[in-house]
Design a protein around this ligand. Structure first.
Ligand SMILES: Nc1ncnc2c1ncn2[C@@H]1O[C@H](COP(=O)(O)OP(=O)(O)OP(=O)(O)O)[C@@H](O)[C@H]1O
Length: 610
């Protein structure tokens, strides 16, 4: 199975420097090296080249589309396309790590002999047998699972063949021509494949049996609670509860229990081909459905066991400014906890779905040999998030179809949480009952920069042991120096027209109900003792959102205050904080400092609202 999705063979190619146009900033010509999965390609560039142009060159030579590329240099993601490589301090001889974000979903088009067509998405890690079962399930009577046969380029495809391996080209679409009794052949059509299935009218059974691994003595369905952590088990999943007063709601227990059952049936975690860290799809007992996504902290970008080959962090800082390696899981959970439902915090309302729709997320310990264990198999800590059925991400669709309210709910979350990683790939797309697009925010590992560095001491020990087993690990426990907390805030939705429309009265009412002090207390209750400067971010972001809405500002106007226009120009929020810091005496109380921020913010908002 190809987990990364693309295999690149070692190459001696060199990317060629284009001839600069007349009057163009020539900059200095430098050599950089682009590190891919198993090759290092030299590239001659100008230090005045933009990140976008470097990516375009990689696209034209290697075929990886720009939006699927992530470049990392010196441990920092070169996230701003319009910034120049010299703005990021890239110099002669530097290595740029290329991480490809390949979609996990493949579009399957099915055409029947009577001309009926339907389309569905299938995860690239699934095999041909799974596709057949899905078609059979979707169109009862169309296929006979036992008799059908799939051919590609004249070759019979076995049920075990993985979709990603058949469809090497990322943009390829598999066409399945279903005819009732004819032998059907497959042929490549430009980028696409036409696959043909032998299918007969289906009246009988469909075999849904899944090929299971060992580890399960009893195949019968059982709702019994399986005792956890038995010594002879090679897998388990357990919630990490730091405060005994916390009662996990049924939705979380169901998620954990069903994930456990999937492992118990021998269904392996399947690593996502997207993302810079290790993210694993956990299957249900039947092996036909993903239930949850597990993201272990030791596989985060720049962590010890990162499966994408990103270099280890030397100072503990994560891929974004103000974030720390190994703390992504806590931020993921924090985003869920703070995404209060419209009807009020979950503890009162009992409702699970938050305003922005962050999927249910919980901190767990999980053991399975299918995770990335370069050395021995160890228990991992990470976030376990409910898998949300989707049709891809906002990267795959034009933003014009997104309802205004859907965009606004994401903006509220991102502003509050000072999210440093809201690119379009981190918003999944689904459809509501009314057929309208529903946006699902995921991947909140870079929220609340610096916010969870003072974790409960038990958690710190667990992290240290997970990140650096057997030795003391300052990297996992030290605080970062000099927080530049808002520096990497970027919001994809800022560029969408929906962000320029005012918030609806209902959304404004929700924003009005937010209370940063209650949020901080809630996180503390869950075991996260926020340090002063981290609590400050949450307070200032919430203050900005509330004041902005009172002044009638749009999400665009408020979001623009939080994001830098260019890499090296401070954002308005950074200027406000700096001015407030300069205006108070050292040792001033937090309340006085926040009052200074509030007054300066009022003045700046007044100017913006004019
Ligand atoms: N809750 C979810 N439901 C469905 N799919 C999910 C969910 N969470 C993650 N995924 C899928 O897994 C992929 C990888 O997850 P994610 O983006 O969180 O990983 P990451 O390594 O943090 O990525 P990034 O490089 O964007 O920071 C996503 O692109 C998405 O396709």
């Amino acid at each position: 199975m190809s987990s990364a999705g693309v295999v690149i063979s070692p190459s001696r190619d060199e990317f060629v420097l284009p001839t600069p146009g007349r009057g163009q900033d020539l900059g200095e010509s430098i050599y950089i090296y682009v590190a891919m999965s198993d090759s290092m390609v030299p590239m001659r560039v100008l230090d005045s080249d933009s990140i976008e142009s470097v990516k375009l060159r990689i696209q034209s030579y290697k075929g990886f589309v720009v939006k699927k590329q992530k470049l990392v240099c010196g441990g920092r993601e070169l996230a701003r396309s319009d910034s120049l490589i010299r703005d990021y301090g890239v110099t002669d001889g530097n290595v740029l790590h290329l991480v490809l974000r390949l979609s996990d979903l493949q579009v399957i088009n099915v055409r029947t002999s009577c001309g009926k067509e339907f389309k569905f998405h299938v995860e690239r890690n699934r095999d041909v047998g799974y596709v057949k079962r899905q078609i059979a399930k979707k169109k009862k009577g169309l296929l006979d699972f036992d008799e059908e046969e799939i051919l590609c380029n004249g070759e019979r495809l076995e049920d075990q063949r993985v979709i990603n391996d058949i469809c090497k080209n990322n943009d390829a679409v598999i066409h399945l021509f279903v005819r009732k009794s004819a032998k059907i052949r497959a042929r490549p059509v430009e980028k696409n494949f036409e696959l043909s299935i032998v299918a007969s009218e289906q009246n009988g059974k469909t075999d849904y049996n899944v090929n299971r691994e060992s580890g399960c003595e009893n195949d019968e369905e059982s709702s019994l609670v399986v005792p956890r952590k038995p010594p002879d088990r090679e897998f388990w999943v357990e919630p990490i509860i730091l405060n005994p007063k916390i009662e996990l709601p049924p939705v979380i227990w169901d998620l954990i229990d069903s994930t456990y059952e999937g492992l118990d049936r021998g269904n392996y975690p399947i690593r996502s081909s997207e993302g810079t860290g290790g993210a694993y799809f956990m299957q249900d007992a039947s092996g036909n459905k993903y239930l949850s996504v597990f993201k272990p902290i030791d596989e985060e970008p720049k962590a010890v066991n990162n499966p994408r080959g990103l270099p280890l962090s030397m100072d503990g800082e994560g891929l974004k400014k103000g974030t720390r390696v190994g703390e992504g899981a806590f931020r993921e959970v924090a985003a869920y906890i703070l995404d209060h439902p419209k009807s009020g915090p979950r503890s009162y309302s009992g409702e699970d779905k938050g305003f922005a729709g962050v999927p249910t997320t919980v901190l767990v310990e999980c053991l399975h040999r299918g995770f990335n264990h370069p050395e021995s198999v160890k228990v991992k800590i990470g976030s376990l998030q409910m898998f949300m059925e989707n049709n891809g991400s906002c990267e795959d669709m034009g933003f014009s179809a997104f309802p205004v309210e859907e965009v606004h709910k994401i903006s509220v979350l991102d502003i509050r949480m000072a999210n440093a990683d809201r690119h379009a790939g981190n918003i999944l797309l689904s459809k509501g009952e009314d057929g309208q697009a529903v946006l699902i925010p995921i991947d909140h590992g870079y929220c609340l920069p610096e916010s969870v560095s003072h974790l409960n001491s038990l958690l710190l020990l667990l992290i240290a042991e997970t990140m650096c087993p057997g030795r003391s690990c300052h990297q996992a426990t030290q605080g970062l120096k000099g927080p530049r907390v808002f520096e990497d805030c970027t919001f994809e939705w800022l560029y969408w027209p929906q962000a320029r429309q005012p918030y609806s009265p209902e959304t404004a009412e929700y924003i009005e109900s937010l209370d940063a002090e209650e949020d901080i207390a809630l996180l503390n209750f869950y075991g996260w003792d926020l340090p002063l400067e981290s609590a400050r971010i949450l307070r200032i972001s919430t203050m900005l959102l509330k004041k902005g809405v009172e002044k009638g500002l749009t999400p665009f106007a408020i979001g623009s205050i939080m994001c830098r226009e260019t890499l090296n120009k401070e954002s308005v929020i950074e200027e406000i904080v700096r001015e407030a810091e300069d205006s108070v005496l050292p040792g001033t109380s937090e309340a006085v400092f926040l009052e200074a921020v509030s007054q300066i913010m009022d003045r700046r908002l007044e100017e913006i609202a004019k």
